[in-house]
Design a protein around this ligand. Structure first.
Ligand code: NAG
Ligand code: NAG
Length: 454
């Protein structure tokens, strides 16, 4: 009976294999490569044959590169770059290095299960903006930071189980990320291997607030390493209200926040961060909020906005920065906002010097953006002027500019309150070697407008 059973098993296996969808007869598979297993034969030629051993095929219009079971320790430069699915299961990869996959920009899934991966550098997945599925189960990972997932805005499935996770303070940011309700398919079933007190507990379920405290407890076996402070991060999901209808809205207004929460959910369309005390917008804080159409930052104490602060906000249409402490925009800040339509800027202490030119320059080149409230508060000679008019006087020493006639219709939807302020301003604008700015009532379109950038 024994031989018969094993024969049956073999048959069954063969059947299962041929039933694999991507090898099915209807898949239109176009296979390249030798197809043979070349594992471990002849050290010198290994790499080359390994590459050839990968199979490239199409299924349902998507390209697969199957490099499973090839003893690979890294990816190869000569692999096709336009693939959608990269299968690297059961190889010998130990470290995921910065930019390792960055050439494969079309990747939707990356299967790295059953390797020997013990470390991921923070930039390992840089460039994979389309990746939805990442399989890292059955490896040797102990720790990682949420930063490693930052380049993956579309990630929906992440497998991390069967790794010896060390549930200490250093894992805190990743665990917080996994525990966000919006990330319900990230990291399910992954469990702590250490410390002993948490062994076997799910990353999704452990009390993350206790992690860093436990780290500080004297007598812990890791007690010798530097003590990390307990991170006090505002929790967007616990502090703010999320409304799903009519559009996903995250309401974090009036929460006393002094910086943008680090765990913003990625599927939000409107975000209200108004009436907090945020002073500084740092680079890439909204990177994951790719669907955002409205961002309300009014009534904070915004003083400084880093250049890449709005990176990733490709679809943002409305950005409310009114009632803050902005003096100007740093060069480049607005370059990520391709589809912006409304930009309320009222009630900020705009300073009319060369730093303001970038903002006006950008607005000139984006006539579809309706802005409001660009009024100089300093220096005193321009106090109360529209920034637009200040720029015109700055350019006023161009003779061509002075001779054109007729009336400027104003631009960019800047409404109201303009005229009174300008008249007083007109008398005090004596700078630039005694040349008086032209009377502002006498406004005309500038055929040639030279905007000087610092
Ligand atoms: C932003 O929030 C403020 C204060 O809640 C509100 O007055 C304003 O209308 C909001 N802006 C937008 C564009 O919704
Ligand atoms: C402007 O912001 C301050 C706090 O920064 C707030 O007290 C005030 O009510 C806001 N004004 C308006 C018009 O929203």
């Amino acid at each position: 009976m024994r031989p018969f059973t094993s024969l049956l098993l073999l048959l069954l296996l063969l059947l299962l294999r041929s039933a694999e969808p991507r090898r099915g007869p209807r898949s239109g598979a176009r296979e390249k490569g030798t197809g043979g297993r070349v594992r471990g034969r002849g050290r010198a030629g290994v790499t080359r044959r390994q590459i050839q051993g990968c199979k490239e095929y199409m299924e349902a219009g998507e390209k697969y590169l199957d490099c499973q079971d090839r003893q690979l320790t890294t990816v190869m430069q000569d692999w096709p770059k336009d693939i959608h699915h990269l299968l690297l299961a059961r190889n010998k990869i130990q470290i995921l290095r910065d930019n390792m996959f960055s050439a494969f920009t079309q990747l939707k899934s990356l299967d790295l299960q059953q390797n020997d991966i013990s470390m991921m550098e923070d930039g390992a997945f840089t460039g994979l903006s389309k990746l939805t599925t990442l399989l890292l189960q059955h490896n040797g990972l102990r720790t990682a930071s949420e930063d490693v997932l930052l380049p993956l805005p579309r990630l929906t499935y992440l497998r991390l189980y069967d790794n010896p996770w060390s549930c200490l303070c250093s894992l805190d940011s990743l665990i917080r990320k996994l525990q966000l309700p919006s990330n319900r398919n990230l990291g399910n079933y992954a469990k702590c291997a250490e410390p002993h007190s948490l062994s076997g507990q799910k990353l999704k379920k452990i009390n993350v607030d206790a992690l860093c405290e436990a780290d500080r407890r004297p007598g812990d076996k890791d007690g010798g390493r530097p003590k990390l402070p307990i991170k006090v991060k505002p929790e967007a999901t616990s502090m703010c209200h999320t409304y799903m209808f009519p559009k996903p809205l995250l309401d974090c207004s009036h929460k006393g926040l002094d910086h943008v929460p680090s765990d913003l959910p990625s599927d939000i369309v409107k975000m209200d961060l108004s009436s907090n005390s945020i002073k500084h917008l740092r680079a890439k804080q909204f990177l994951l909020s790719k669907d955002l159409k409205l961002l309300n930052l009014s009534s904070n104490n915004l003083h400084h906005i880093d250049t890449a602060a709005f990176a990733g906000l490709l679809y943002l249409r409305e950005l409310d920065l009114s009632n803050n402490s902005l003096h100007h925009f740093q060069y480049g800040v607005l370059e990520d906002l391709y589809f912006l339509r409304k930009l309320p800027l009222d009630n900020n202490p705009w300073i009319c010097d060369y730093n303001i030119h970038y903002l006006m320059y950008w607005l000139k080149h984006h006539p579809g953006v309706a802005y409001s409230g660009l009024i100089c508060t300093a220096p005193s000679e321009f106090k109360g002027w529209r920034v637009e008019d200040y720029i015109k006087t700055y350019n006023g020493d161009c003779p061509k500019d002075r001779q054109t006639g007729s009336v400027d219709t104003g631009q960019g939807g800047q409404g109201g309150s303009e005229n009174d302020a300008q008249e007083e301003g007109g008398e005090t604008g004596d700078r630039q070697g005694g040349r008086l700015p032209r009377p502002l009532q006498d406004r005309r379109p500038n055929k040639f407008e030279i905007i000087r950038l610092s």
